[in-house]
Design a protein. Sequence first.
Length: 202
Amino acid sequence: MKIFKLDIVLKVFTLIAFFFFAYNIFDSFTNNHNKLLLLLLFGEAITMILVIFSKSASNRNFSLISIVLTLSATFYFFFINLNVGVAIIQPSTSGIIMFFAVIWQIVSKICLGRNFGLLPAYRGIVTYGPYRIVRHPIYLGYFIMHMSFLLGNFSIYNALLYTLLYALQFGRIFYEEKILQENEEYAHYMKKVKYRFIPFLV
């Protein structure tokens, strides 16, 4: 019952946070008409939908550090500077890369389905599609999308924010795999797919 209640609280808070972020996106868009903001919002919207409809799991990591990492890495978008920055690459190029990053996220999330969640937990194992390339393809999609947005709207503030975000994301990956590798099937999957995040690198 406590786990169910925590699920509801997290989902409600996530939904409220997303609507706040969407409001800020549209407010900024009306001022500068930066279409990259809409792509950023679309990418985050997919995550929010899966969080809301994710299935519950009894085997989760409720440690304080895991909760802090999860909440910080999930609700980082409160702190993004949505104002137009310096375009290191052409906004059109940034938009194209972001578009394909969102498509990659969609495919990865469709494969994962309701196994998606916020806190590290065992909800099932997916080993096909993008999961044949890296063990955490959704994080890869986020990374490409965020870096493309940053290169099209560069600011020192956002660069530091994304650096902190991915330090937190690596922490999340560590705790996620700590639970998942307790399952023999996932331990075998880790040997088969060596890279966590970026092919041939990490």
